[in-house]
Design a protein. Structure first.
Lengths: 401, 369
């Protein structure tokens, strides 16, 4: 609430000013502020009472009841995708949980992919290599100015449907198959002991992390500093490879009319992921570009004059200063992305809005309860993101200026 | 403009200074850059000829149905045949002029706003826009004006998109302004109420807002009241837009120095006269780029009304693509939609960037003198 402080003097309400001789004398009735607030609250209260009365009358007229009891009732519909076990006998409460998890899954995944693509495009846009910046500019301008829904529908109807049918699926190394019915990929066989593989994978990740932590931080690079890092990385990669080899993978195998075994990424999910990534990456790229360009050129020139190497300048001098400007708009974009993930409804991916605000509401008619629960989920997500961003901002903002 | 990724082994000045175009510029670039140029050119050479012959050379512009189209090229005849529907929805042909009026109204207002200045221009534009919600509704509906009535089920296409976008914007403008003032008010009750309202509507996805307004608003009205789906959707979009506009206005109000309010108070202005004559006009002028960006976002977001079954520009093309006479023309349909949305949004975002640039330059000049 940083603006509260400035409000006191900005808004021209003499009654609320801190008393002091420098300020114009109070001309308003001292209780005016209180009365105005009371009036505003009364107005809102009257509106809420009136609307609430209408709701009660409408519910009574339709013979509907309220309450959250429906959450323990059987929902009676299956979900085409869920991270937890779902069946037709699952309750509405479980549907809600599965919907929340699906929303988090698609939003979280596309948040990562969009950020990676956005960073690449953003760096390409400010690159000194003109072909790169040209291509990045075309990408950004082409995607930023069309509705995301159009991109989603285009990806779903044109891109995915132009893929071959299952029988003629594109094979990538006989392991991954791409068809218009989805992407099929190998998956660990059920019921095997995964402890060893898990251990190897964790050790591998640990090695990579150690290599990252112990990377040379000297402004001027010396070759021998890199040896340890390379050794760590190599060990990590070998361990990860061993982990992958340890698992019995079930490959998708074409039998009869469809693939058996392995796992499948639904076309709806693929379309949504692709559309969310492509569209949001264009905006993130713009944020990255603005951030990078905001850094004074003199900083780079000074760093180069000191003999610092290029990677070091980018990472330790340009990026930290750029981040200060990038984080607030980036948070906004993430909020947009989370909200846009509800377009799942349009393509038929069962996210929270589709299964809970859509199907469950239609079946139970508990409009108020369902709306409130759905709203609470999105608001919590957005407020958390906002709080994280604010905390980061407070940490990195320039002190004492 | 290209600071950044440190052009590595280049002599510091030779690389970028002269836009002495063409070969000389290219020759001074690094080998990596040349290879990239080559890759870009190869990619273009691979894609462009096919694209041009599909979209232009082999394309069919006039045909009765799908069978009349050359299968090797684009079938633009589909778009040409359906253009009246894409523009005016399901309006009866003899009443289409009314849809055209509702469609052209905000477009003309925008053109005047962006065109050359003249005396009383802002008043004219503001008046035209303020009259739009009532005026356009009357023209489209027609019954109160003694014209043949056309129900909202027959509205659609670009008319629907422009109607929804403009009505939501015009109605959201004052609401957003009041919310922004409320959020900056020194009265805690007003501040809390406005903040909660803004954050709730901004935190919800527009799809959820549309679902909610279509499901909930009928419950909130006195029993027996029936409103068309379009009106219900408009309530949701207006509230959603107003909370975004409120944040834009708040930015504008915050950008004014304290001196403005203090000087106004010193001259004996009350709260409302100071806001109305001094603070709000300056704040709005300061955030015109932000307002235009909100308009662009709103224009793109109007496509979401398809989830509540309204036939806006995107959804009507969606429906036309499924027409058995013109089956398999999704490419043409969506490319057309894309070009229309893209042109409008690109134009507006350019205008917004231009205004922002002019303002920055003005501020810099002011700072110098």
């Amino acid at each position: 609430m940083a603006d509260v402080v400035s409000n006191v003097t900005d808004s021209g309400m003499p009654s609320q000013r801190p008393s002091g001789t420098r300020h114009p004398p109070r001309r308003q009735w001292p209780w005016a502020a209180l009365a105005q607030q009371a009036a505003a609250i009364a107005l809102v209260a009257v509106a809420i009472t009136y609307l609430g009365a209408n709701i009660t009358r409408n519910l009574a007229a339709n013979g509907m009841t309220g309450g959250f009891g429906f959450l323990w009732q059987e929902a009676g519909f299956a979900m085409s995708f869920s991270l937890i076990d779902m069946s037709e006998s699952s309750t509405y409460g479980r549907v809600f949980l599965a919907g929340v998890l699906n929303t988090l899954f698609i939003a979280g995944l596309s948040l990562v992919t969009a950020t990676i693509l956005g960073l690449i495009v953003g760096f390409a846009r400010v690159s000194a290599a003109r072909p790169l910046s040209l291509a990045a500019t075309v990408y950004v301008e082409a995607l930023r100015n069309v509705p995301m829904l159009l991109i989603l529908i285009f990806v779903q109807t044109v891109v995915l449907r132009s893929l071959p049918v299952v029988r003629e699926a594109i094979s990538i190394g006989d392991a991954v198959y791409v068809s218009n019915r989805g992407v099929y990929f190998p998956w660990p066989e059920a019921g095997q002991d995964l402890r060893l593989a898990f251990g190897a994978a964790s050790a591998g990740c640990l090695c990579l992390a150690a290599a990252w932590v112990l990377r040379p931080r000297t402004p001027v690079l010396k070759r021998r500093d890199l040896a340890g890092v390379f050794a760590g990385m190599l060990l990590g990669v070998i361990l990860l490879g061993a982990a992958v080899a340890q698992v019995d993978w079930q490959r998708p195998d074409f039998q009869g009319f469809d693939f058996r075994g392995g796992a499948k990424m639904m076309p709806e999910f693929a379309a949504l992921l692709l559309a969310l990534t492509l569209y949001n990456a264009a905006f993130i790229a713009e944020i990255v570009r603005a951030g990078l360009q905001s850094v004074d050129r003199g900083q780079i020139e000074a760093a180069r004059a000191l003999g610092l190497r290029d990677g070091f300048i980018q990472r330790r001098i340009v990026l930290p200063q750029a981040l200060r400007l990038m984080v607030p708009p980036l948070t906004n974009q993430y909020v947009h992305l989370i909200k846009a993930s509800s377009l799942a409804t349009v393509v038929g991916f069962p996210d929270l809005v589709a299964v809970f605000l859509g199907t469950s509401l239609n079946q139970t008619g508990r409009a108020i309860e369902i709306v409130m629960m759905t709203a609470a989920v999105y608001l919590t997500l957005c407020l958390w993101l906002g709080a994280l961003s604010a905390a980061w901002n407070a940490r990195v903002s320039l002190k004492g200026r | 403009m290209t600071l950044s990724t440190i052009p590595s082994r280049l002599p510091p000045e030779a690389s970028r200074t002269g836009i002495s175009s063409g070969l000389r510029g290219m020759a001074s670039e690094s080998p990596v850059s040349l290879i990239l140029w080559l890759a870009l050119a190869l990619g273009a050479a691979w894609i462009l000829p096919g694209l041009v012959s599909w979209a232009l050379l082999d394309a069919t512009w006039v045909a009765e149905d799908r069978s009349g189209c050359d299968p090797s090229g684009a079938c633009w005849a589909f778009i040409v045949n359906r253009l009246p529907q894409f523009g005016f929805g399901f309006f009866p042909p003899q009443e289409r002029w009314r849809a055209a009026v509702a469609l052209a109204w905000p477009v003309v207002a925008l053109a005047i706003a962006l065109g050359p200045a003249f005396r009383g221009r802002s008043g004219l534009v503001a008046g035209a826009l303020a009259a739009y919600p009532v005026g356009a509704t009357l023209v489209l509906w027609g019954e109160p004006l003694g014209l043949p009535g056309v129900g909202t089920a027959q509205w659609g296409g670009m008319t629907m998109t422009v109607y929804v976008g403009t009505v939501a914007f015009v109605l959201a403008f004052p609401v957003g302004l009041v919310l922004a003032l409320g959020r900056r008010s020194s009265l805690p009750a007003l501040r809390v109420l406005s903040t909660v309202f803004i954050e709730v509507w901004r935190g919800l996805p527009l799809i959820a807002v549309l679902f909610i307004s279509v499901v909930m608003v009928p419950f909130l009205l006195p029993p027996g009241t029936e409103l068309p789906r379009l009106a219900l959707a408009l309530v949701g979009i207006t509230l959603y837009t107003s909370s975004y506009l409120a944040e834009v206005f708040r930015g504008g109000l915050q950008s004014l120095g304290k001196g403005q309010a203090e000087a106004a108070a010193a001259l004996g202005f009350t709260y409302w006269t100071a806001q109305g004559y001094i603070l709000i006009p300056q704040a709005i002028r300061a955030v015109i780029p932000g307002i235009l960006n909100t308009v662009v976002a709103l224009f793109k977001d109007t496509t979401y009304v398809l989830v509540v079954g309204l036939f806006d520009f995107l959804n009507i093309v969606n429906a036309a693509v499924a027409d058995p006479h013109w089956l398999g023309l999704a490419n043409e349909g969506y490319i057309f939609v894309g070009i229309v949305y893209w042109s409008f949004c690109f134009l507006l975002s350019r205008v917004s960037a231009r205004i922002e640039w002019d303002m920055a330059r003005g501020a810099a000049r002011e700072a110098r003198t």
